[in-house]
Write a new protein. Structure first.
Length: 131
């Protein structure tokens, strides 16, 4: 079998192992390193919410807010009913000084159904905007 490197796809077990390493890097505060792993995994599984959430969170914690907003914008297209996505995207935009867009996303997160921990975060961030 002649498989070019460009068409090589990682097996699920390989992605799981890479996810474990990326998550470990994140937990150890090595956010840039974690973001590189999550970015790579997102290329191989572009609709896997776990990898895009990891990418957004890693970039956010690395204070790469512009890049994090791009990750969250993509994620919002894939998971529009996930309050965590809208909340973190709003938080990222708030860090970029985009208060109007941040408010819109945080309010949207609060309208999504279910008792989710992101609702509390969204309320707190909205209170900061209103100060």
């Amino acid at each position: 079998m002649n498989t070019s490197v460009a068409s090589y796809r990682l097996a699920p077990a390989e992605l799981d192992e890479m996810h474990r390493i990326a998550h470990g890097s994140y937990l150890q505060g090595r956010y840039e390193e974690a973001s590189r792993y999550f970015w790579f995994m997102s290329l191989h599984a572009p609709t896997d919410v776990r990898y895009l959430k990891g990418l957004g969170a890693s970039l956010f914690m690395a204070r790469a807010f512009t890049r994090a907003s791009t990750a969250y914008a993509c994620l919002l297209q894939i998971a529009p009913m996930d309050p965590e996505v809208s909340c973190m995207y709003g938080y990222t935009l708030l860090m970029l000084g985009e208060r109007t867009q941040a408010r819109r996303l945080l309010e949207y997160a609060l309208r999504l159904p279910g008792a989710h921990e992101s609702h509390g975060r969204a309320r707190a961030l909205l209170a900061l905007i209103d100060r």
